[in-house]
Design a protein around this ligand. Sequence first.
Ligand SMILES: Cc1ncc(COP(=O)(O)O)c(C=O)c1O
Length: 384
Amino acid sequence: MEIIIPFNRSSLEGRELEFIFRTISIGQIAGDQIFSKKCHGLLEEVVGGRRALVTTSCTHALEMAAILLGIGTGDEVIVPAFTFVSTANAFVLRGARPVFCDIRPDTLNLDEAKLEELITPRTRAIVPVHYAGVGCEMDAILEIAGRHGVEVVEDNAHGLFGKYRGRWLGSLGCLATQSFHETKNITCGEGGALLINEERFIERAEIIREKGTNRARFFRGQVDKYSWVDVGSSYVMSDVLAAFLYGQLEKWREIQAKRRAIWESYDAELADWAAANGVRRPVVPEHCEQAWHMYYLLMPSLEARTEFIARLKERGVAAVFHYLPLHLSSYAESKELGAWSKERPAECPVTEDVADRLVRLPFYTSMTEEEQGRVIQAVLESKR
Ligand SMILES: Cc1ncc(COP(=O)(O)O)c(C=O)c1O
């Protein structure tokens, strides 16, 4: 059967087209124009960081973080084994070795109880991922990191507008990264942001983002010409995309409210079915205000998941699995990382188990009640 309910679909949630039209009409479509500045302002005001800079992707914001921290050959960076490749890759690009930490069985976030044993004198950074927009145990992570003099960069690709113990996700590490990829709550197709929470990184971040030049200072009139002053790359987002992004960002409360309703409806409607079929629903601790990013289920086994995805597909519903364990990837075994993987073998049984059993249901801001009803019906009828 053809897919009727996609896993994800982007939508217009506000004045995206008006803003794009405006930026093109006034002839300012390169980066750091009106709408990029508006995005920066909103992120700084809401999440409360010292400085926000929109970037071409979350991957690129992570690369900027790696450069800002001075990560180099032989440094170790601790990342969860259950994450997107970029969490690790951005640091590996600088010569670092990824050290994979297992995840908690409840929130599927980096397991802070397993963290300290992974720290060595070469450890430079820990990169927790707030999976599904539910905060990691940041108090413990920050305490351990602080005691060992290790930096914490939040990969907050899923967690914009979520909170941990009343504090915004993205405001807790010295740096944090956001994604505005099509699959995220707030999107512009492809895009990201670096949130800078400590003054010491701001000036260099602007330089790295502008190809290693002090162009940002030049435009502020602080220097009379700009030149090559550091390493860097082209991480600036076009204002056409920033216009789309701001159209979404200014509607963030409405977007989050819509997604909350969808999430809560899935959770209520599927509770009995899940209990009867040995399926686990997401766990959100009391002290976390989640970001309503995704709705996932943990099926009893890999076989059950494979069958579940196939049954939903027969009913026109696209359900998908998520990350494959990074420590079992072909790159972890490659000539570049294979020797390291043998020297420091990752023990991540929870990641391996969860990666086999997790399935994500269709979830997008514009999902109608009828569409969601169809997904729920397909789930309830998924057992033959
Ligand atoms: C945890 C995590 N980090 C980083 C990324 C990369 O985001 P982007 O596509 O904006 O580079 C993703 C992508 O989905 C992700 O899930």
